[in-house]
Design a protein around this ligand. Structure first.
Ligand SMILES: *[C@@H]1O[C@H](CO)[C@@H](O)[C@H](O)[C@H]1NC(C)=O
Ligand SMILES: *[C@@H]1O[C@H](CO)[C@@H](O)[C@H](O)[C@H]1NC(C)=O
Ligand SMILES: *[C@@H]1O[C@H](CO)[C@@H](O)[C@H](O)[C@H]1NC(C)=O
Ligand SMILES: *[C@@H]1O[C@H](CO)[C@@H](O)[C@H](O)[C@H]1NC(C)=O
Ligand SMILES: *[C@@H]1O[C@H](CO)[C@@H](O)[C@H](O)[C@H]1NC(C)=O
Ligand SMILES: *[C@@H]1O[C@H](CO)[C@@H](O)[C@H](O)[C@H]1NC(C)=O
Ligand SMILES: *[C@@H]1O[C@H](CO)[C@@H](O)[C@H](O)[C@H]1NC(C)=O
Ligand SMILES: *[C@@H]1O[C@H](CO)[C@@H](O)[C@H](O)[C@H]1NC(C)=O
Length: 507
């Protein structure tokens, strides 16, 4: 009864404060969104109701108001014509089908389409109709084999539909039903908690499950809403993070999935999600002498940065304090001071023992050779004429703009944007400045075209090189107190000399 009074009070507030955008925004809370979709059911007994609506939220509020004769289970909104389609059916109704339609967004009430519960499952309106011992449920309208007083007509709001499991009295044991077994009057249905239906691995970075309440039981705020908390994790900006509706997610490598909460006093909280049995969780993709893709499975022992600075131990907070402790990130293999990629960076990295350089990418770890270069691109001879669109170094670091590194006297013809080029006819092919401050430049992830003979066997390219090879990489920077310049084999060396670093082709 108390809960109902609170609910009525909230509704009253929303009606009185119709201009209050908080009520408006949060009207989408209970819904599951499907973008560019509508839901049709030509054969359903009751047709949908179409109304003009000034906004999506307005449409949602119409659907949330249950009428005696029309139970709205879902709605879709036609953004272009501002038409609000209220649906007395959901996607699981016989004959209902979803259809792709640009500019239409479908919102279904979670209580109808989700087969898990939060807490006691008092709002559960799903389609489970067997008990935990697999006994089929008795229909609520029937009084055989068990007579009872739960009349659907009288308890309209409880949705005592068909023979589906329900929890009309908010019992802590969850939804239940009368059974068709004369020996068993009623039994609970064993519906799983939403926190348990999908387990999480590691720190739950890939968790895409349906939990939408925090540890302390607070309801999560929708990711596509900025009420009550403004935040940077707009789903459109992070399409691969699964920021759907208001589910607990871990888009930023925190310890566990979390969410913003509806409580204005509590910006965010962690969620309690079951952890997968580690069992055979050994990383089959682990590599040690080289790394694949972004190197998240690199388990090797490189522990110096490309410029020769020793990496900081992961279990140390000195000289740099950080949150990537081995005990917090158990499956990231943060042993010793080895280069790792615990946060989905481009490639493995480490904190450095140089107080002036917080972290460095370990571009000194090679990529695995078996890995296909993901581009068909190749260059002829030394790549001096290369005009392709690649703009990543061999270790995957994005190239920096040439314009930011312009040398007076250097011909900037063809040095477009941040594309890989070879303005100094470097023997080892096209290169670029990088966006990693600790790596002034590096070669690009390009192959020499097969038909092109190798450079030492090709007299013309040798003459080409000797003609123009005194291009100066003036971008040399002081890194960790030392000068970095290019060496013959393309690897990095640390120089203690002051001055400009020259391409060794000149020397
Ligand atoms: C259901 O019961 C739980 C505790 O048992 C309570 O917290 C919750 O408010 C109740 N819900 C309703 C709708 O009565
Ligand atoms: C988290 O869930 C587990 C299993 O359901 C439960 O035992 C534990 O008490 C929960 N922890 C919190 C903080 O809610
Ligand atoms: C691990 O996997 C192997 C083979 O895939 C299997 O023989 C072994 O029983 C598994 N161990 C565990 C603990 O699951
Ligand atoms: C690192 O130390 C600074 C200053 O002592 C502190 O403000 C900051 O919160 C610390 N960061 C972490 C991740 O511990
Ligand atoms: C690059 O292009 C110039 C002029 O277009 C041409 O003379 C030269 O032979 C080309 N060099 C290579 C290595 O293909
Ligand atoms: C490179 O990109 C430009 C525009 O971004 C495009 O017009 C051109 O065809 C691309 N070239 C190659 C070789 O893919
Ligand atoms: C590079 O240049 C662009 C535009 O010219 C500028 O926005 C950017 O801040 C520059 N970056 C650096 C590192 O100087
Ligand atoms: C490059 O040329 C040398 C000498 O002719 C030859 O031994 C070597 O196999 C060649 N390498 C490639 C990749 O063709």
């Amino acid at each position: 009864m108390k809960a109902e009074i609170i609910w009525i009070y909230k509704l009253f507030l929303c009606v009185v404060l119709a201009v209050n955008s908080e009520c408006r925004k949060q009207s989408l809370q209970q819904y599951q969104k499907s973008e560019d979709t509508r839901l049709l059911c030509p054969d359903c007994p009751q047709p949908s109701m179409v109304k003009y609506s000034r906004s999506l939220e307005h449409c949602a509020r119409k659907c949330s108001k249950n009428k005696k004769t029309f139970t709205c289970r879902a709605f879709y909104f036609d953004h272009q014509n501002r038409k609000c389609h209220l649906l007395p059916f959901d996607r699981f109704m016989d004959g209902a089908h979803r259809e792709y339609r640009v500019n239409f967004d479908l919102y279904e009430k979670k209580d109808y389409v989700r087969e898990c519960i939060i807490g006691s499952g008092v709002n559960y309106k799903g389609r489970r109709a067997v008990t935990k011992d697999k006994i089929p449920c008795q229909s609520w309208t029937e009084s055989f084999p068990h007579e009872h007083t739960f009349q659907p007509a009288r308890l309209g709001k409880k949705d005592l539909n068909g023979n589906f499991c329900r929890n009309p009295k908010n019992e802590s044991s969850g939804p239940w039903c009368f059974t068709t077994d004369p020996e068993v009057r009623h039994q609970e249905c064993g519906l799983p908690q939403c926190s348990q239906v999908e387990c999480m691995r590691c720190n739950g970075e890939d968790y895409k499950g349906p939990m939408d309440h925090t540890d302390s039981g607070k309801e999560c705020q929708r990711w596509d809403s900025s009420k009550p908390h403004r935040h940077p994790y707009q789903p459109k900006k992070y399409p691969d993070k699964g920021l759907n509706d208001n589910y607990c997610r871990n888009p930023d490598n925190r310890l566990r999935p979390w969410c913003y909460t509806l409580d204005p006093q509590t910006p965010w909280e962690y969620c309690n999600i079951s952890v997968c049995d580690p069992g055979n969780d050994s990383d089959v993709d682990a590599t040690s002498s080289c790394f694949r893709e972004q190197g998240q499975s690199y388990h090797g022992t490189v522990s110096v940065t490309p410029s020769g600075v020793t990496c900081q131990r992961w279990d140390s907070q000195f000289p740099h304090n950080h949150t990537y402790s081995p005990q917090n990130y158990k499956c990231k293999d943060l042993r010793e001071n080895y280069c790792r990629n615990p946060d989905g960076a481009e490639i493995p990295w480490c904190f450095t023992t140089d107080p002036n350089q917080r972290l460095a990418f370990c571009t000194n770890i090679p990529r695995c050779e078996t890995e296909n270069i993901d581009t068909e691109d190749c260059y002829e001879d030394n790549g001096g004429n290369y005009t392709g669109n690649l703009s990543k170094t061999r270790s995957g670091i994005p190239c920096g703009l040439w314009a930011n590194h312009s040398n007076s006297g250097e011909s900037s013809v063809g040095l477009e944007r941040n594309l890989c080029r070879n303005p100094d006819q470097d023997k080892h092919g096209p290169w670029c400045h990088t966006t990693d401050p600790s790596i002034p430049w590096d070669y690009c992830k390009l192959k020499r075209c097969d038909k092109s003979p190798n450079i030492s066997a090709h007299p013309r390219s040798i003459s080409l090189v000797s003609k123009t090879s005194c291009f100066i990489h003036k971008t040399t920077r002081i890194v960790g107190g030392a000068q970095v310049h290019k060496a013959k084999d393309g690897s990095w060396v640390v120089s203690i000399q002051k001055g400009v670093g020259y391409s060794t082709d000149c020397l």
